[in-house]
Ligand binder design. Structure first.
Ligand code: EPU
Length: 305
């Protein structure tokens, strides 16, 4: 979608919002799939309520893009503009064992930054690509830990209220790859309370997780991590593997040879290829294992949210 309303375009600079016309989401997502649209880069959290009010007033649909690492986006000209938080110069600040982190901060860098200052707990997340905001929204987890365990407060744009708010942890529920945030809430910053640990111990944990990840996941190929959530008490990857589906492909969308719950863009996969692959694998699992797999990756494939 291309913004053309002169009133709206004229209001952006005063809000500190930069318009990137015709941005490619294929270039901004780890799967390398997605069409084009105008992207609005937000430099100040405080500008969000006014920006969203302007978009709503103009009847312009919008979606919020974080790190783009857990996302499948449709092709062609997209029917909504995309909002994106600019990376702050200083995005992590520590006070004792508490870390104040901007949502646009890189997850891995944040884990490392805290580790160097003897704050641990998030070792398992080191190889998870994406931002702190995305990790919060999905309650990212790996190797027995999840980010939600360390959250004390979240600053967010609450779409239902049309304003920025701070929520304390007791007001948020973090479950397996699910949180109580509304789909159109936008994460802005988080306060994490982390356990004190010597850097050398944290590093040891990080090394172990990195090794496990390298051995089992296709880290250097275009993917969005695991495509399906694990059903209670089972592993989606193991079930897909048991069906002999590693390497199964629709166009350039392919089930990884290394981990069957990772679907790869092996070349020029289109969104439709990836969706067809998801549907076909889900159907095979349903027929043989009697389980309906739910996608873990967020789908921006429909016109509406
Ligand atoms: N397995 C197979 N074949 C495969 C893949 C896995 O037999 O192709 C078996 C493994 O041998 C193992 C079991 O299935 O016995 C579980 O596999 P793994 O340890 O790789 O864990 P997972 O359940 O597939 C989950 C998360 C990952 C996270 C890892 C490590 C989900 C959907 N996936 O994978 O998260 O990195 O544990 O903790 O919860 C993600 O969220 O995108 C993601 C990759």
């Amino acid at each position: 979608m291309r913004l053309s309303d002169p009133h709206l375009l004229a209001a952006l600079p005063a809000l500190g919002v930069e318009r990137v016309a015709g941005a490619s989401l294929a270039e901004r997502t780890s799967l390398g799939i997605g069409g084009t649209t105008d992207l609005l880069l937000i430099r100040k959290h405080a500008a969000l309520p006014e920006l969203v009010a302007l978009l709503r007033g103009g009847g312009i649909a919008y979606r919020f893009l974080g790190g783009g690492t857990n996302l499948l986006v449709r092709d062609g000209e997209l029917p909504w503009v995309v909002l994106h938080l600019a990376k702050q110069e200083q995005d992590v600040r520590l006070e004792g064992t508490v870390a104040f982190v901007d949502a646009a901060a890189d997850l891995g860098r944040t884990v490392t930054f805290c580790a160097r200052r003897d704050l641990g707990g998030m070792e398992g997340l080191i190889g998870v690509p994406g931002t702190i905001g995305g990790a919060l929204r999905m309650n990212a987890g790996a190797y027995g830990m999840q980010i939600g365990s360390y959250v004390r407060e979240v600053e967010l744009y609450r779409a239902a209220e049309g304003r920025n708010e701070t929520l304390r942890d007791e007001k948020i529920s973090f479950e397996y790859r699910h949180t109580s945030f509304a789909p159109d809430d936008i994460m802005l910053a988080v306060k994490l309370e982390l356990p004190s640990k010597p850097y050398s111990d944290i590093l040891q944990g990080i090394r172990i997780c990195n090794e496990k990840r390298r051995a089992s996941q296709p880290l250097h190929q275009k993917s969005a991590g695991c495509i399906f959530k694990n059903p209670p008490g089972a592993s989606a990857g193991r079930m897909i593997d048991a069906l002999g589906l590693k390497g199964f492909a629709v166009g350039d969308a392919r089930v990884s040879d290394r981990h069957a719950n990772f679907f790869i863009n092996a070349g020029k996969a289109r969104c439709a290829d990836m969706l067809a692959l998801i549907d076909q694998v889900r159907e095979r699992v349903r027929v043989v294992h009697g389980v309906e797999l739910e996608t873990e990756v967020i789908l921006w494939t429909e016109e509406r949210l």
